[in-house]
Design a protein around this ligand. Structure first.
Ligand code: SF4
Length: 383
């Protein structure tokens, strides 16, 4: 029997880790940002409504098959932990989609993320039809989210965005990256700060939740202050529901790498990125956004909070790291990147601390001075 499967794209935001992934478009229509390698060499295309509805139908068939399995094993039609484990370990070949649907059902079958990079490229009535079909097929769905670009959002009228909201589109994730115009040009984002502001405000006015992504470290040593402060200014005007940060890590396959090789772009150190993050948060004013640090590349994942009330708390968490002596910072950086620590607080757990100390000693004896390279390799392994 041919395993049931449907098309999936390569990525999703960290906050959509437990969401059902439904591919609506393929790749990115812009594909020129110099820090992004995700869709390089891949051509953008729109999927047809029929193709997508067929995938929704396949997902429904998978749901039915999982429910029958559950009844067969006396689990009352529910998809609990034991059934998910059975499906994940079952030697009978299940498609990735089948396993993903099982995990989605286990999580309650509530959230869906529409892939890939810019789904507002679809005609609004088509996207509305897809979203309605999804909700009709799976009444358990509570949240449907998508990526889009500010440029594309700005081409939609407020009424179109409201139609998407009424159909069930809950949130748009936008890569703001920076609010500094010179940097937006330098990285070829293809959008200006003003266009980011207009698009963000329009999403907010439509009632759709807005998540704006900022890249920590994107200004490099040259313009990190301008990056932090101009980004804060733009965010202050948009007041998005979520400000999500992720840390820059430049891979060889990214265009930005050529600028590093030429000595034109000098990446920030971890400590400098922490300074930049502090400056950004310090200048977020008059907004009610929730600041989120949910990307695995971020050093200080505990720096999260609702503005304006938790701003001081976030700054204090940053200052706690800044106040550490160098040896403790190195211990934390390695432990954090190796997945031993979740936050600076964990430095007080002696068994974890000793474990990281042993690793540091081993690095020093095998590759004296090799800590930065080890940290860089660990970060690359996350991308
Ligand atoms: S718009 Fe997004 S997906 Fe497209 S190249 Fe830029 S960062 Fe990558």
């Amino acid at each position: 029997m041919i395993p049931l499967s449907y098309e999936q794209g390569p990525i999703r935001p960290p906050s959509e880790a437990h969401s059902l992934l439904l591919r609506v478009t393929r790749n990115c229509p812009w594909n020129r940002c110099e820090f992004c390698h995700t869709y390089k060499k891949e051509k953008f295309s729109l999927r047809t409504v029929e193709e997508i509805k067929r995938d929704i139908q396949t997902i429904q068939e998978i749901v039915s098959e999982i429910k029958s399995l559950s009844w067969r094993y006396g689990l009352g039609g529910e998809c609990g932990a034991s059934l998910v484990n059975f499906i994940l370990q079952d030697p009978q070949p299940h498609s990735d989609g089948f396993r993903q649907v099982a995990l989605w059902l286990y999580g309650g079958g509530k959230n869906v993320f529409l892939q890939d990079g810019d789904n507002l490229m679809l005609k609004t009535d088509q996207l509305v039809e897809i979203i309605k079909d999804l909700k009709k097929t799976f009444p358990s769905i509570e949240r449907i989210t998508t990526y889009s670009r500010s440029k594309t959002v700005s081409r939609k009228s407020l009424e179109e965005l409201q139609d998407l909201k009424s159909a069930g589109l809950s949130r748009i994730h936008i890569g703001l990256e920076t609010g500094y115009d010179s940097l937006l040009q330098y990285i070829h984002k293809g959008v200006t700060a003003q266009q980011h502001i207009e698009a963000g405000k329009k999403v907010k006015a439509s009632g759709i939740s807005l998540s704006e992504y900022v890249i920590l470290g994107l200004g490099g040593k040259g313009i990190w202050r301008e990056h932090a402060m101009e980004t804060a200014k733009v965010l202050n005007q948009i007041n998005p529901d979520f400000i999500r940060v992720r840390t820059l890590k430049v891979l060889k396959m990214m265009l930005l790498y050529c600028k590093i090789e030429k000595g034109e772009f000098i990446p920030l150190s971890d400590d400098e990125i922490v300074e930049e993050e502090r400056l950004l948060i310090e200048h977020l004013e008059g907004i009610t956004s929730t600041f989120v640090s949910d990307h695995i590349l971020n050093l200080l994942q505990e720096v999260e909070g609702k503005l304006p009330g938790e701003k001081e708390k976030m700054l204090k968490l940053i200052d706690r790291y800044r106040a550490l002596p160098k040896e403790e910072k190195d211990n934390f950086r390695l432990g954090r990147r190796a997945g031993v620590y979740q936050s600076v607080e964990d430095l007080s757990k002696s068994e974890l601390r000793n474990q990281v100390d042993r690793s540091l000693q081993q690095i020093e004896s095998e590759r004296p001075g090799g800590l930065e390279k080890v940290l860089s390799d660990l970060m690359e392994s996350f991308i």
